[in-house]
Design a protein around this ligand. Sequence first.
Ligand code: CA
Length: 217
Amino acid sequence: MTQILIVEDERLINELIRMSLCGAGYGCTCVYDGDAAVEALDRQAFDLVLLDVMLPGVDGFSLMEYIRPLDIPVIFLTARASVQDRVYGLKLGADDYLVKPFEVAELLARVESVLRRWHKTERFLSCCGLSIDTLSHTVLRGETPINLTAKEYALLLLFVQNRNIALDRDRIYERVWGPGERGDSRTVDLHVQRLRHKAGLEGKLVTVYRVGYRLEE
Ligand code: CA
């Protein structure tokens, strides 16, 4: 089931979106602020994020910086219809923009269109005995599902898409945790260790002395 994260602080609108999307057969998770969105994204893999711009605490534009490296499509929701906001949101990498109030039919059409566009990318990847479904974010070794967090999944995808290339820690950090963050090599090391163990990549996801890591196939 396609999983959608709804980040919207206005409870009534959040609930209306949830009802519309659930009715159309999507799985929904509702959160009401930026911190809860980050928690949800760390806990679970999503296929799409509906992201309100004006949120208490961390706003939608700042959250976009966090979401972009996770490789999940985003549709901004906003009451502000100004051209500048629209352009800024799309520049940040949003896939679409929905101005409130919107019709349920329009919401569903945009969601469907963005998901269809993303399906066009190669859905299944295989590497080192792993099968990755980039649509559902599921990873299998043989028939056995491997449970990865969103960051571990992003890390695996980065290595698989750059197999046999040494990636330095700063680049890994930027791609998985986002630009603007200060590179934390300890965080990268911990996540690589966990991914290596969980995905059975011992001897394949190798340490490159003084650089970072390389996935060998
Ligand atoms: Ca709002």
